[in-house]
Design a protein around this ligand. Sequence first.
Ligand SMILES: NC(=O)c1ccc[n+]([C@@H]2O[C@H](COP(=O)([O-])OP(=O)(O)OC[C@H]3O[C@@H](n4cnc5c(N)ncnc54)[C@H](O)[C@@H]3O)[C@@H](O)[C@H]2O)c1
Ligand SMILES: [Fe+2]
Length: 384
Amino acid sequence: MNPFVFHSPTKVTFGECTSWTAAEVAKDFGATKTFIVTDEILMKTGILKPILGAFEENSYCLFTDVPSDSDVDTVNKAAVLARQFGANCVLAIGGGSVLDTAKVVNICLSLGGELLDYQGLNNLADRLGPIIAIPTTAGTGSEVSMVAMVKDHKEGKKLLFGSRFLAPDAAILDPTLLVSLPPRLTAATGLDAITHAIESFSAVISSSSFTDALCLEALRMLFDNLPRATAHGDDLEARSATLIASAMAGVAFTNSGVGIVHALAHATGATFGTHHGLTNSILLPHCMNFNLDTISYRYALISRHLGFSKSANDNDAASALIKAVEEISAKVGLPSRLRDCGIPVLNKAQLDELAFLASTDPAIMFNPKESSVQDIIGIYERAY
Ligand SMILES: NC(=O)c1ccc[n+]([C@@H]2O[C@H](COP(=O)([O-])OP(=O)(O)OC[C@H]3O[C@@H](n4cnc5c(N)ncnc54)[C@H](O)[C@@H]3O)[C@@H](O)[C@H]2O)c1
Ligand SMILES: [Fe+2]
């Protein structure tokens, strides 16, 4: 067995309406001034009212200006406000874009200096101030992960911030907040979580029995509940299962790393602004086919665990898993080709640029099989 370290510092609370306790949780961290990060769409849904209502007047400052594909300028703007307010705690309520923005704002607030100085892996010298994360999508796992990503429009790429100090101190999983999440986003974010679990389970050098157990159970819960959560947004049982599974997959991948699907999806998202989960869902079966000759025994374990195959032949069982991934994407209404998600053409220059970005993305380090630039171009062409 490989040696490993497993680390999961986030206190996780689950339950209907648990988000209403956020003000108390902040107080427990000694907060007197909480900087709350969210977005306009969530404000309009009305789901934040009971959360905000529990804060004392003047004890919080609200920042709602987070775009769907958040960026360095948004972080800098929010960090200035947070400092002016004198915040001593950060509360993030939203999807991965909001959570990641808040996590990077917390770096600026806690350590000062220039945001860009902290990008990359393990560049935070010290602990940060307290941060509480309340996800309103079930996909990214950012509420428990030790990473955050924001876009740098000047460089045309996503910047990665990775450090054990980036894991939120508390994550509150409240399924009632997800009732308003539209079907397409429910489906796409769910496929992000499925990708996390499959890539984490496949990262054979850095995964462990701890991460494996989380991945297998997360996948069972996601395959069983994502179609229901997508078709019936108010089904709190299905919402709960996908929300918990997403956090479990988050704990897993943040310990093991992800892989080639994420590397290619980060490049695609940075270049074309495609949604992260949707891009993963399209690339996932193609990347699994690419990895198949190296990792079929791991895919086969998942496939048998989920009852997709009884075959003793690893290749057959692994292929059944790839088929199940394609089927669940179709069942929840997601497109299967990149050309159907806002990429009108993919010419040679674009392919070269995407392949360069993907081959230099940190996620690719954890993939079980090495890939050349030509391999990556081949995957993009097949997925297009
Ligand atoms: N830090 C990590 O570990 C990690 C992992 C994976 C992805 N990410 C990042 O997360 C981002 C994607 O996050 P996402 O997939 O959650 O999407 P998102 O945060 O971009 O949200 C997508 C849209 O859904 C809306 N929305 C969110 N919750 C809603 C709700 N309950 N009701 C109605 N509308 C709602 C948002 O307002 C937004 O318009 C990307 O930037 C990606 O890079 C981070
Ligand atoms: Fe992801």
